[in-house]
Design a protein around this ligand. Structure first.
Ligand code: ADP
Ligand code: MG
Length: 395
């Protein structure tokens, strides 16, 4: 199975000006880039374009400025970090579009880089406004989309502009789609899917899809309490998404009639409150008494999940097993992370917090593919078409 969109590798780019949509939506701390993973992930495409003599105009969103200029969400620190990583100058535009920006784009020589301001300063971005798409398109000869993390949004810089310029897939976007598609289309078996995190409603589409294609689904995180509530088990003060209970009940019913085994925790770690210093208790069943909340899977569950992961041909992990940000409740997530890192099968991890957990345990390098897109990866795995991918040229 190959990726069906035209790749930047096959584009005729020498001497051209190329508008590249990147995902530089990075966390900031005190006006500095706190984690540059997403910037690093875009480097191969930027470097390829420079080596081939293209002038590169980069555009990204950062946070949610809601269509207004917000100094705290300027691309300035991102441009500085990018310049350090590339060891090259990065010119920074004072705005997203307009006369000054056009002049800067026109003045770019081969191999030079211009970074536009935060595209969400423009209200037309999330509205996919044709005027904004037009103005962005006027800055370049062709378009490359490398922003996998934003590809599930039909915005002016991800979708609109691709209808006005010849649009190619960047190297990151291409690899993301290929790696994630392989998990659902032609996985080595058994395919084991580990799902956790907070919200069932965000992930129910993936559960439905994987009940059809996976061999086992392992449920952890706060998500398991929607399932327990659906089974009539007491959940105490655990985080239960009300909307998720009915969805969990449906998933349990569907699992009955499928070849996929849906595994739920058999033991838990409880706390009195959502706080690292709270009273902590390990319990040998999954009934949560009032006054307590489930904050991690227990050791028996962690061992069973690790065993399932160890014999998997393919593992997909999305969502932590507990409130791993607090050390007393990190053991379940750590056990799963270690099992994924040691697994002989193909391993793919998606979701911002799961990837952060892996990095926190120093295991990021031991996984075959770390997806940079949370929402986009879930939508792709569900089988939805991503507008930012669909709008590109066919191969
Ligand atoms: P991802 O970003 O990997 O997709 P989510 O955003 O869905 O993951 O969920 C991550 C969050 O879920 C974490 O902040 C974690 O603390 C929280 N979480 C996991 N298990 C529990 C739990 N039992 N109770 C409360 N919060 C939980
Ligand atoms: Mg998250």
């Amino acid at each position: 199975m190959s990726f069906l969109k035209a790749s930047v590798r096959d584009a005729d780019i020498a001497g051209k000006r190329v508008l590249v949509r990147v995902d530089f939506n990075v966390p900031l701390d005190g006006g500095l880039v706190a984690d540059d993973t997403r910037i690093r992930a875009a480097l191969p495409t930027i470097e390829l374009l420079r080596e081939r003599g293209a002038a590169v105009v980069l555009v990204s969103h950062l946070g949610r400025p809601k269509g207004k200029r917000d100094r705290a969400l300027s691309m300035q620190p991102v441009g500085e970090r990018l310049a350090e990583l590339l060891g090259a100058e990065v010119k920074q535009a004072p705005a997203v579009i307009g006369g000054k920006v056009e002049a800067m784009a026109e003045g770019l020589g081969p191999g030079e880089i211009l970074l536009l301001e935060n595209v969400r300063f423009e209200p037309g971005e999330t509205e996919n406004d044709p005027g904004l798409a037009e103005a962005l398109a006027s800055l370049a000869d062709l378009y490359v989309n490398d922003a996998f993390g934003a590809a599930h949004r039909a915005h002016a810089s991800t979708e609109g502009v691709a209808h006005l310029l010849s649009g190619y897939a960047g190297l990151l976007l291409e690899r993301e789609v290929t790696e994630l598609t392989r998990v659902v289309v032609s996985p080595s078996r058994p395919l084991v899917v580990v799902l956790g995190g907070a919200k069932v409603s965000d992930k129910v589409g993936v559960i439905d899809r994987f009940l059809e294609v996976a061999d086992r689904i392992l449920i952890g995180g706060a998500m398991c309490f929607s399932f327990f509530r659906a089974q009539g088990i007491g959940t105490g003060d655990s985080l239960v998404e009300e909307e998720g209970v009915a969805l969990a009940a449906e998933a349990l019913e569907r699992a009955e009639g499928s070849d996929c085994e849906l595994m739920l925790p058999v033991d838990l770690v409880l706390g009195e409150s959502f706080d690292a210093a709270t009273e902590r208790r390990e319990v040998d069943d999954v009934e949560v008494p009032d006054g307590w909340m489930g904050l991690d899977i227990g050791p028996k569950t962690a061992a069973a999940y690790a065993e399932a992961i160890a014999v998997a041909g393919t593992v997909l992990w999305n969502g932590p097993m507990g409130a791993f940000e607090m050390e007393p409740f990190a053991a379940g997530t750590r056990a799963v992370a270690e099992a994924v890192a040691a697994a002989p099968g193909t391993t793919v991890v998606g979701g911002g917090d799961s990837v952060a957990a892996l990095q926190q345990f120093g295991l990021g390098e031991k996984v075959d593919w770390l997806s940079t897109g949370g929402g986009a990866s879930l939508e792709l795995l569900e089988g939805k078409k991503l507008p930012g991918v669909e709008a590109l040229r066919d191969a």
